[in-house]
Design a protein around this ligand. Structure first.
Ligand code: ATP
Length: 298
């Protein structure tokens, strides 16, 4: 299985028409499986998405009221820009995404998370979740059928379920030429025979398949389809990367350490700074055999 999970996939959250934050697949699934214990306010409004700027304003958070997961984190993801989160294990990267998705509410005095100026605690979870979809960016596919790629990780994947997921992800027109799911289009090494958009759809289908228990309700399906329609438009992104080479082109890289942002800047600026990021980069180039990172080394 380890081999199957191979290189980290990048998947993400997408604000309809706007934002995308990228996480690797395992992270994503872990994120989505978190229990949610938040409640709408009586007067909760509907989130109005207008541009999709995300702002973390002095956010502090602890899971257990003892250890600090985030400590005074402030940053913005302006519309159309890409922000990447890096940091060693436990630095707080996933916590940022969990909080954005509102798996937990920030405590009083714990700062604010705003989407287009609206505190996510003041809007309905329904409108927040409707506005957030999960969208893969650079999906790593296995060199086998699309059906396998959609259903992987689950034994006894039924053809109907896979087809349903494929349909929801608008993959269906691509697969109807094939008599059954198991003879669906074979994808090449890392899915090279599929376009970027098609790869994204496969990964969306994978996401839908893995996260649906039974049929998708129509509003979810419509939301996903709307999100898909907007997928190719310019959008801002928030990503987590373990392979640093994957986020070298981010507009801003935030370096987290012990729940705080300790460095920020472009890849080049951070290398020049010769601090935490530069040493992570050097480690990764020397220990991981990250070919891309090696070739990108100045
Ligand atoms: P990794 O790269 O290993 O995924 P990360 O940067 O995403 O790490 P987080 O998962 O955000 O780190 O964790 C931040 C801190 O919060 C860590 O100290 C972690 O142990 C703690 N933490 C994370 N999830 C929980 C939880 N469910 N309950 C208690 N503490 C948690």
């Amino acid at each position: 299985l380890a081999q199957l999970y191979g290189p980290l996939n990048q998947l993400g959250f997408m604000y309809r028409s706007i934002n995308q934050s990228l996480v690797d697949t395992e992270k994503l699934l872990e994120l989505l499986n978190q229990p949610k214990d938040v409640h709408d306010k009586d007067d909760a409004a509907t989130l109005v998405v207008d541009g999709g700027e995300i702002e973390f304003d002095n956010v502090s958070f602890s899971y257990d009221n003892r250890t600090t997961a985030l400590d005074g984190v402030s940053f913005k993801v302006p519309k159309g820009s890409s922000v990447a989160l890096v940091g060693e294990s436990g630095a707080g990267k996933s916590t940022i995404l969990r909080l954005l998705y509102r798996f937990y509410d920030l405590p009083e005095g714990g700062g604010r998370i705003l989407i287009d100026g609206q505190d996510i605690r003041d809007v309905t979870q329904k409108s927040l979740r409707a506005a957030i979809g999960v969208v893969p960016q650079d999906c790593v596919l296995f060199n086998t059928s699309i059906a396998y790629n959609i259903g992987y990780g689950k034994f006894n994947a039924s053809s109907e379920e896979i087809e349903e997921a494929a349909t929801s992800a608008q993959m269906h027109e691509r697969i109807t030429h094939f008599p059954d799911v198991n003879s669906m289009l074979q994808v090449g090494e890392r899915g090279v025979r599929l376009s970027g958009g098609e790869k994204q759809r496969v990964a969306i289908a994978r996401y839908i398949y893995r996260n649906s228990s039974g049929a998708l309700d129509t509003s979810t399906e419509k939301d996903i389809q709307k999100a898909l329609l907007n997928l190719m438009q310019g959008r801002s992104s928030l990503s987590i990367a373990h392979r640093l080479s994957t986020i070298a082109s981010a507009d801003v890289i935030l370096v987290l350490k012990d729940g705080r942002i300790v460095e920020h800047g472009t890849h080049a600026e951070l290398l020049a700074l010769d601090g935490v990021f530069a040493s992570m980069w050097a480690d990764q180039v020397s220990t991981s055999g990250d070919a891309l990172a090696s070739t990108m080394q100045p």
